[in-house]
Design a protein around this ligand. Structure first.
Ligand SMILES: NC(=O)c1ccc[n+]([C@@H]2O[C@H](COP(=O)([O-])OP(=O)(O)OC[C@H]3O[C@@H](n4cnc5c(N)ncnc54)[C@H](O)[C@@H]3O)[C@@H](O)[C@H]2O)c1
Length: 254
């Protein structure tokens, strides 16, 4: 028996490191999954590998209508919606606070904050129809701490946690749980980009600096993040709402 048997969930950023790994784990735990990402090719390929109970859709989370289409795919294909992993995000450009352009701030907020908001707005009617469910939004340890050079990203990830907490308070009476996943540095594409932007040609030095701050002495993995998300989507987390669930190897323990 799977932990998500009979449940239907959408996953945004499903062609990326954490999203794909989570979609695969959720599917293996019995969920039907709508995989959403910018380009159809990647998510359709993953969905076809998964076979039954999976569909890939091209979605730009910054567009309200795309989020609605994603949720409609769940209704049309699987007849209901119990959960959403609103995970699509971008790191943006790395640089000092007072060198960031309006466009740089707007781009990061469009995806990381408004993309999550549109996803939640689109999913809520169907989750209500299902009689309750679970929203998991990807924040970060950058939603709990500052990080030099990443001001739009850090501000956006704090905003996600604020949105999740507020929604949890509003939706608790309806049996809809809302939590955030807060990963520390993950061993995947996004960290490679941040490392390389922070010190072009010497990304390894930046990586070593990050790792020196992690008590467990390594980056966390996509699998470790996926495990937390599947727990939060499952009934095992029935008492959990309004909280940040940190997967960081101890990074925030300092
Ligand atoms: N990698 C890390 O160290 C780390 C740490 C903390 C939090 N996070 C967060 O985890 C989430 C997943 O990131 P990841 O680490 O898997 O990186 P990733 O870059 O592999 O995945 C992000 C995915 O989001 C998709 N995406 C970007 N803009 C989109 C849009 N407008 N519409 C739809 N999809 C879009 C990308 O195509 C990509 O597939 C992000 O929100 C990120 O901020 C990552």
């Amino acid at each position: 028996m799977g932990r998500l048997d009979g449940k239907v969930t959408v996953v945004t950023g499903a062609a990326g490191g954490i999203g794909e790994t989570t979609a695969r784990l959720a599917h293996s735990e019995g969920a039907s999954v709508v995989l959403a990402d910018l380009e159809a090719g990647g998510v359709e390929k993953i969905a076809s590998e998964l076979g039954d109970r999976a569909v890939g859709v091209a979605v730009d989370v910054t567009k309200r209508e795309d989020n609605e289409r994603m949720v409609s795919a769940a209704a049309e294909k699987f007849g209901r919606l119990d959960g959403a992993f609103l995970n699509a995000g971008i790191e943006g450009e790395v640089g000092p606070f007072d060198s960031r352009s309006d466009e740089a701030w707007e781009k990061v907020f469009a995806v990381n904050v408004h993309g999550v908001r549109y996803g939640a707005e689109a999913a809520l009617p169907l989750i209500r129809e299902a009689g309750g469910g679970s929203l998991v939004m990807t924040s970060s340890v950058a939603g709990l701490r500052g990080a030099a050079g990443l001001s739009p990203y850090v501000a956006s990830k704090h905003a996600v946690l604020g949105m999740a907490r507020t929604l949890a308070v509003e939706l608790g009476p309806e049996g809809i749980r809302v939590n955030t996943l807060n990963p520390g540095p993950v061993d995947n594409r996004m960290m490679r980009s941040i490392e390389e932007q922070a010190k072009p040609g010497h990304g390894d030095d930046v990586r070593e600096g990050f790792i020196a701050r992690v008590p467990m002495g390594r980056y966390v993995t996509n699998d470790e993040c996926a495990g937390m998300v599947v727990f939060l989507l499952s009934d095992a987390a029935s008492g959990c709402t309004g909280n940040a669930f940190v997967v960081d190897g101890g990074y925030c323990a300092h």
